[in-house]
Design a protein around this ligand. Structure first.
Ligand SMILES: Nc1ncnc2c1ncn2[C@@H]1O[C@H](COP(=O)(O)OP(=O)(O)OP(=O)(O)O)[C@@H](O)[C@H]1O
Ligand SMILES: [Mg+2]
Length: 500
């Protein structure tokens, strides 16, 4: 136990106790080995430790000149958290403008729906900030599986000062003492009518109630009450509007009982981001972290992200860390490659064993890539794709026909895919949602690296051609500048807007 004593003594500034001498010793006890500075160093650097304190201060023991960059990188790319800082919010200008106009000019309620990780909560946060700048009272609620109408609207009322209730003068005692609308609510369960009656008394402000992660609460009662509240608020022109956000393929899936309120809502499907918007996301992160991404690295991220801000943020974060680990403050395509591998490990870990085995078998039989390309198309369409996607992504009719047959065969054997007839015709679904990002990223990685290799080969060929002594003017024209030579990979954009 002497090492524990010695360690404790070191941390408490005491001298280590001498190890107790055993009663019978046949050979001299070996002298305690002095820890060499080198071994201390090795032990210190090998054993993992936190690099900054909980207060985001650099650890004083840390002798890493990149530690500050590491901390900045953490707030520059936050794949596991929505954006709350406007400086980090990329693109979406049109979407935001449309949302603000609907709330302000049309006075309708807003429903935002879209795929997981597409950026709904981030949008809600910047919209909230814009509304607060215009002096709206905004109450943000993240719905849970067990959320009830009563619980949510009591919490909302508790955030609205009595000061804005028509029945109270700003100087009234209760208003001055910081009372809220919740003080006026009865003890029994709240009904949509009662809540609307309360909000009808609002004056001098407007209230925006944000219900995020709406899909998580599946209670039909909750949804029916929300629809009724929207109807009540709209019919009586009450100064309260709802902003609802949730994962859904279509509006009806998110809000049942919708026919009665269709006129009173503006529904927006949050689209995937354009390549320019994804580049903007990375550039914002560059500015905040002080770490730069070279052109090839950026192209790789944009290609694999396929319009998903979540993928872009995740890859940029991992790639930035890879650069820092190599004592660089610029990210190269190799760093992105490492980031892609890391993302693949993460995504694979989220897939069931059964699907993992099927994916490995698909790789052996050479059909994994086509599944990956289809996953790219299905990512933003609730996991669905159909023959039209195959035609769009494989312009060669012969290839398309072969792949359609492969897909049909896999679906008939229930290998990763299921076929079904729906309103758009015969379609295919990935049986497990978690396989989509994994398959897509594998396919994107392969495609990007192949394109890059081809581009490099083109550059080499051009160089050789250039060196040829009797090069004609025409052949010199064919020389391709390295940047131009990089074959710009075409992102598998999935279906065109408006198509199923
Ligand atoms: N406009 C944006 N600019 C920069 N990063 C963004 C933007 N939109 C989203 N992100 C990033 O993408 C990731 C997912 O965003 P967000 O949590 O807002 O998506 P979501 O649609 O609400 O996801 P979920 O369906 O899981 O609730 C986060 O890492 C966030 O930082
Ligand atoms: Mg969200």
């Amino acid at each position: 136990m002497s090492w524990i004593n010695s360690l404790m003594a070191r941390s408490f500034g005491r001298k280590p106790k001498k190890a107790a001498t055993p009663a019978f010793v046949f050979s001299p006890a070996p002298a305690p080995r002095e820890e060499s500075p080198a071994s201390k160093k090795t032990a210190g650097s090998v054993f993992p430790r936190f690099q900054s304190t909980a207060g985001d201060q650099l650890s004083p023991r840390l002798n890493d000149r990149f530690a500050a960059a590491r901390i900045k990188l953490r707030s520059a790319f936050t794949p596991s958290q929505p954006i709350t800082d406007k400086r980090m919010f990329a693109g979406r200008i049109d979407v935001l403008t449309t949302l603000i106009r609907s709330l302000e000019d049309q006075r309708v309620h807003v429903i935002m729906y879209g795929e997981r990780g597409i950026g709904k909560t981030s949008l809600v946060h910047v919209l909230t900030q814009a509304a607060e700048e215009a002096r709206y009272i905004v109450v943000y609620c993240s719905c849970g599986a067990g959320s009830t109408f009563d619980e949510i609207f009591r919490a909302v009322a508790a955030d609205v000062p009595l000061l804005f209730h028509r029945g109270f003068a700003p100087t009234a005692d209760a208003a001055e003492k910081g009372g809220t609308l919740a003080d006026l609510l009865p003890a029994g369960p709240l009904s949509p009518r009662l809540v609307a009656d309360l909000f009808a008394k609002l004056t001098g402000t407007r209230l925006l109630v944000v219900l995020d992660e709406f899909d998580v609460c599946e209670s039909p009662d909750f949804r029916r009450n929300i629809a009724e509240l929207i109807k009540n608020l709209s019919d009586r022109s009450i100064r309260t509007q709802l902003v609802i956000a949730g994962v859904a393929a279509d509006l009806t899936e998110l809000v049942q009982h919708i026919p009665s309120i269709r006129r009173n809502i503006f529904a927006l499907q949050v689209p995937k981001m354009s390549a320019a918007e994804i580049s903007h996301l990375v550039e914002n992160g560059e500015e905040i972290s002080g770490i730069s991404f070279d052109k090839a690295a950026l192209d790789y991220i944009v290609f694999v992200a396929n319009g998903s801000p979540y993928f872009a943020s995740l890859l940029s974060h991992h790639a930035g860390l890879a650069a820092i680990d190599n004592a660089r403050n610029s990210v190269t395509v190799e760093d992105v490659s490492m980031a892609v591998d890391q993302a693949l490990t993460e995504f694979r870990g989220r897939i069931s064993k059964h699907s993992q085995i099927q994916i490995d078998q698909a790789a052996k039989s050479g059909v994994r890539h086509v599944l990956g390309v289809m996953a790219g198309a299905a990512l933003f369409n609730s996991g669905r794709f159909d023959a039209r996607d195959v035609d769009a992504l494989y312009p060669s009719a012969a290839n398309a026909a072969t792949f359609k047959a492969t897909i049909e065969e896999l679906a008939s054997k229930h290998i990763l895919l299921e076929a079904n007839e729906d309103e758009y015709g015969r379609g295919y679904h990935f049986a497990e949602e978690a396989v989509l990002p994994y398959l897509w990223i594998l396919a994107a990685q392969k495609r990007f690296l192949e394109n890059r290799k081809a581009a490099d080969a083109q550059v080499e060929a051009a160089k050789i051609e250039n060196k040829a002594p009797a090069a004609s003017p025409q052949s010199q024209d064919k020389i391709v500048a390295p940047e131009k030579a990089a074959v710009q990979p075409t992102v598998a954009t999935g279906r065109a807007a408006g198509r199923p």
